[in-house]
Design a protein around this ligand. Sequence first.
Ligand code: NAD
Length: 503
Amino acid sequence: MNAGESHTLIVRGLMAGPDTPMDVKEHGLFIAGKSVPSRSEATAGVLDPATNQPIARVASGSEDDVGTAVEAARNAFESPEWRGLDPSKRGRLLWLLGQQVRDHFEELARIESLNVGKPIREAKGDIAYVYKLFEYYAGIADKIQGDTIPVPGARLDYTVREPLGVTAHIAPWNYPLLLASRGIAPALAAGDTVVLKPASLTPLTALMLADLAGKAGFPPGVVNVVTGPGRTAGNALADHPDVDSVTFTGSTETGKQIMQIAARRVRPVTLELGGKNPNIVFAEAKMDRALKGVLFGIFQNAGQMCWAGSRLFVHESIRDDFMKKLTDATAKLRVGPGSKEETQMGPLVSREQETSVLGYIEDGTRSGATLLVGGRKAEAADLRAGNFVMPTIFDEVAGDMRIAREEIFGPVLCAFDFREEDELIAAANDTEYGLAAVWTQDLRTAHRVASRLEVGMVTINEFPVTFPQSPFSGFKQSAVGFEQGIDAVDAYTRVKNVMVNLE
Ligand code: NAD
């Protein structure tokens, strides 16, 4: 079982379980343009991580339901309404879906904040990113084209970029709608159809998106959502024989399983996986900006980010001053429910995630790292029922400690210092993951260090930031392939070569 999934309560029978308060909304799967119950009628509770109280019940999709969704997506793919649609009109539908997201902005942000626990301000940023993704790929739909190729003789050789067919998308719980849309938008632009399996902890905005796709005018079956546990619904989707590609964002462990399935099926995958990223502060960095960036880089979304700057490297000449200011600022962060405007850091997504993060903290302390701040559950009476872990910083961390090597996926920063660049690069690259940030005012240092880091993305004097236009990827065990940008569409198309003899 994957971390974070065991608390979902699966009940058989009626959609509402005995623990379900009257005002908890029920949601079906979204297949072929409408909401339908799971064939098994199983449902699962969805909790508010700030209180662990139910906020919704969703249908728990089975292998059969996945089969129905894939069939709906295949039928839609073959239908003249979708296959025969002008690419520019397809682009227009993407644009209209972006507009639907804009029109439902407040509601989507509120639900995302409530379900993930993230501060409402951050959830609004996520939803704004979602409509920008659809708008960006709207403009690309009619620019997906092949080449003419100079070959010997009286021949015309040309390529056509065709859609793949049915694309599967398996999304995590930390940025539920944003990360799902990051794959869905280019797939739709390419003319594919979609079956999305959101994380079982956070299915609500994905279901809304499928409904909004219908409102925007996408034909039924182009966008389908099957909610349910990863080990059943997710696995069935990844392994379905009629799926043409799998886009997965989640843990490296699950990513490896998806890749094994793909190997067996000989099918393309895009994997965006975990991280243990260096956030590097040189002596000449602008201190205030670097401080903000380091705080943001580890405590945004309560540290539940693949690109969290979870390993801080500070030059020894500024170390004492920097660490003091960082510790003071961390102690002042306002921890609370995401729905409160003043909250700067919310709860972890689930009790399992909280237990896992507290376990790492205990391990760090036992291994001899120095705890500078945090290191415990929030003690305020109104936060006790939720999954709140105080923002935590460890100093004096040895490179071989578990907290230095494994992705904690919570608000825990490990600090190291460095003197020489060579020693820094060796330590920063000493991980199986590959994403990073650098803080310096010296352009030569910035570009030299950027080229030496074995990571898919380096941000200089900013952390973390990305745009729909910029490729998003990691090296080593952080990713296979990449998402975002014009070229991400290639992952959702196939190239056909046509050779014409003109003699
Ligand atoms: P997870 O791997 O547990 O789950 C991700 C998704 O896969 C969920 O929808 C889950 O239900 C499903 N799943 C689980 N087991 C499955 C199986 N056997 N077959 C098919 N599907 C299965 O990851 P998570 O805990 O939801 O997310 C956290 C992880 O995601 C972290 O490691 C984080 O670094 C990573 N992540 C990476 C990126 C990136 O862009 N690189 C972005 C966000 C999160």
